[in-house]
Design a protein around this ligand. Structure first.
Ligand code: ATP
Ligand code: MG
Length: 251
């Protein structure tokens, strides 16, 4: 039996709320308004996943909470920045070039390509070297490719098969799957899913059902950001504050 691993977020406070971080073998989703740090969290975790695992024996060496694994990164918005990976790598004392090399990066231009890229990663995952799959963001391309009225049920069907495959891969290859998601502004779609605090993630019931852990991110006071756990199999609904630094997500 594969052993579930938790990967740190970079924020001790947020990790504490998540019993150590985002877990492998299921989908975790972070959603929230623009600039709340979804992409920065994705970059931070792309580095942390490569670090040694947390253990009592080596807790004095560096900040741990990694999974000693490689990372796959599907970018649907063109916001991945290797320079950010290098800066975050420096915070954790790992070689910046090595950190970038351990990330299999792919840019998806449309929703069909998003599915194809996921399938193509199966051969990477089969090496058992990968512990984290990032999709930033999961809904953006579906929303542009199926924007018309009357296309929603078709979209949800295609989305459903994408999410089933991602769930299957998470379990088969012991991967943490981190998906970022947008909050909806179009009133026509808002009836799909009534999220917490009036903020509704895109993707409707299909995505809500696929995400084992769900976090709502928002801006707080000043530079502060707030993460609220809105759905989790083993953590209570709690809030954690974090900041975005040169070294990524931090307390
Ligand atoms: P969107 O919905 O537009 O994709 P997002 O939630 O992905 O937004 P991010 O891109 O993760 O948002 O976060 C942007 C924020 O990160 C900005 O406020 C920016 O100031 C901050 N940021 C980016 N790089 C750095 C850095 N090197 N040091 C500190 N803060 C940074
Ligand atoms: Mg982003």
């Amino acid at each position: 039996r594969k052993k579930c691993i938790r990967i740190s977020t970079g924020s001790k406070q947020l990790d504490a709320c998540l019993n150590g971080g985002f877990q492998t073998m299921s989908i975790s989703e972070v959603y929230g308004e623009f600039r709340c740090g979804k992409t920065q969290l994705a970059h931070t975790m792309a580095v942390i996943a490569q670090l040694p695992k947390a253990s009592l024996a080596n807790s004095h060496s560096r900040e741990m909470g990694g999974a000693e694994g490689k990372v796959a990164y599907i970018d649907t918005e063109g916001t991945f920045r290797p320079e950010r990976i290098m800066e975050i790598a420096e915070r954790f004392g790992v070689d910046p070039d090595q950190a970038c090399e351990n990330i299999a990066y792919a840019r998806a231009q449309n929703s069909e390509m998003q599915t194809e890229l996921l399938e193509a990663l199966a051969s990477n995952f089969a090496t058992n070297e990968y512990r984290l799959l990032i999709i930033d963001s999961v809904m953006a391309l579906y929303r542009t490719d199926y924007s018309g009225r009357g296309e929603l049920s078709e979209r949800q069907q295609v989305l459903g098969s994408f999410l089933r495959r991602a769930t299957q891969m998470a379990e088969e290859f012991n991967l943490a799957v981190l998906m970022t998601n947008q909050v909806m502004s179009d009133p026509g779609a808002s009836a799909l899913f009534a999220g917490a605090d009036g903020r509704k993630p895109a993707g409707g019931h299909i995505l809500a059902h696929a995400s084992t852990t769900r976090l709502l991110l928002r801006k707080g006071r000043g530079e502060e950001r707030v993460a609220k756990i809105v759905d989790s199999p083993d953590c209570p609904e709690r809030e954690a504050t974090y900041i975005i630094t040169t070294g990524g997500i931090n307390d």
